[in-house]
Design a binder for this molecule. Structure first.
Ligand code: NAD
Length: 360
């Protein structure tokens, strides 16, 4: 297959490309604008593979997208490019509206025109897979409910509202124009190459540097965490075997409170990198006894959802997918990766990293 992936230089997109390169003979065309969150270093391990191609393109640019479709003639589109950080969407929603809504619209239009040029077999073979989030469903609050594919949409933040809008556009292009689409809505991901503006990498890195570890409110928010390689395997399963027009929820069945995540990372680091041996600690903070002493509760995010949780039984029953990593295994792999790749973090030297040391 020739798979065109948008946003392949980001956290999940790069994991997906590494997964496809290792587990198939498919060709990948990665198109990415390389915003602050896009990093070609995430793809060093595949960049010289003759089955991998990269084009620096903004998905809002229809002419550039059309040229790439003409050049590579993809069988599949996997659309991950997005602005993805909730805090940033509260501070400045513009880019979220542009990329997540107008960019998705541009990609849908270009795909719609492209398939008109295909012969019957290629047309039947083509798929457009839109990668979305469980945040479109809103807040489960203090309930035991789970999000299913039938849950109604009730997004809370500019980020989740822009993703919800893009999901609606994708469904409308299926219903109205017969575009052969698939949608996946996934829970919170974690793992290597996660940009250090999100909860887990911030906690690891701030701890190692002896800096305060910010936790919103009391840290009571509950998320369902999925190791990023499990998300990649689910996405590949869906693009290969998913049924046209269907939505699949993807989750790790790992509901954990933010404060428990932060505490478990600190506990692990206390053993793996005892403070007395941590040469990375800055400005005299080495007087602390445990990394937990760095936890600092900060004012909660406006509109912060309390709980998300996914029912992933449909993708399990219909496509036979299940996650490989439990949270303990995944988080240990992630922490070890950061300990061994501090250079990757040091190479990220942009304003966004400095300004957005928040969460999720
Ligand atoms: P990310 O922010 O790490 O990466 C986004 C990528 O998109 C970057 O490489 C960036 O350069 C690129 N991009 C942004 N605007 C672009 C534009 N206009 N044109 C082309 N490229 C552009 O995000 P991520 O965490 O890897 O998330 C990928 C997708 O998965 C997003 O659609 C997100 O909504 C969805 N998702 C993420 C999570 C999560 O926990 N991170 C969970 C569920 C779903």
């Amino acid at each position: 297959m020739k798979i065109l992936i948008t946003g392949g230089a980001g956290f999940i997109g790069s994991a997906l490309i590494r997964y496809i390169m290792s587990n198939s003979q498919d060709t990948v065309i990665n198109i990415d604008k390389l915003t602050y969150a896009g990093n070609l270093q995430n793809l060093d391990s595949v960049s010289s593979n003759p089955r991998y191609f990269f084009r620096k393109i903004d998905i809002c640019n229809k002419a550039a997208l059309t040229n790439v479709f003409r050049e590579f003639r993809p069988d599949r589109v996997m659309h991950l490019a997005a602005e993805s950080h909730v805090d940033k969407s509260i501070d400045g929603p513009d880019e979220f509206i542009k990329t997540n809504i107008l960019g998705t619209y541009a990609l849908l239009e270009v795909s719609k025109e492209y398939i008109k040029s295909l012969d019957k077999d290629s047309k039947e073979n083509f798929r457009f897979h839109h990668i979305s989030t469980d945040e479109v469903y809103g807040d489960l609050g203090f309930t035991n409910l789970l999000f299913t594919e039938e849950s109604s949409y009730s997004p809370s933040s500019p980020y989740s509202a822009s993703k919800a809008s893009s999901d609606h556009l994708v469904r409308a292009w299926h219903r109205t124009f017969n575009l052969p689409i698939l949608i996946t809505n996934c829970s919170n991901n974690y793992g290597p190459f996660h940009f250090p503006e999100k909860l887990i990498p911030i906690t690891i890195l701030n701890a190692l540097k002896g800096q305060n570890i910010p936790v919103y409110g009391k840290g009571d928010q509950i998320r369902d965490w999925l190791y990023v390689d499990d998300h990649a395997s689910a996405l590949y399963k869906v693009i290969k075997d998913g049924a046209i027009g269907e939505t699949y929820n993807i989750g790790g069945n790992n509901e954990i409170k933010n404060i428990d995540i932060v505490t478990s990372i600190c506990n692990y680091l206390d053993k793996a990198m005892p403070i007395s041996k941590n040469n990375y600690l800055l400005d005299g903070k080495s007087t602390i006894k445990s990394y937990k002493d760095l936890i600092t509760f900060v004012n909660d995010r406006p509109g912060h959802d309390l709980r998300y949780a996914i029912d992933a039984s449909k993708i399990n029953v219909e496509l036979g997918w299940e996650p490989r990593y439990d949270f303990q295994t995944g988080i240990e792999k992630t922490i070890k990766w950061y300990l061994n790749n501090l250079e990757w973090v040091e190479n990220i030297n942009n304003e966004s990293y400095k300004n957005y040391r928040h969460q999720e």
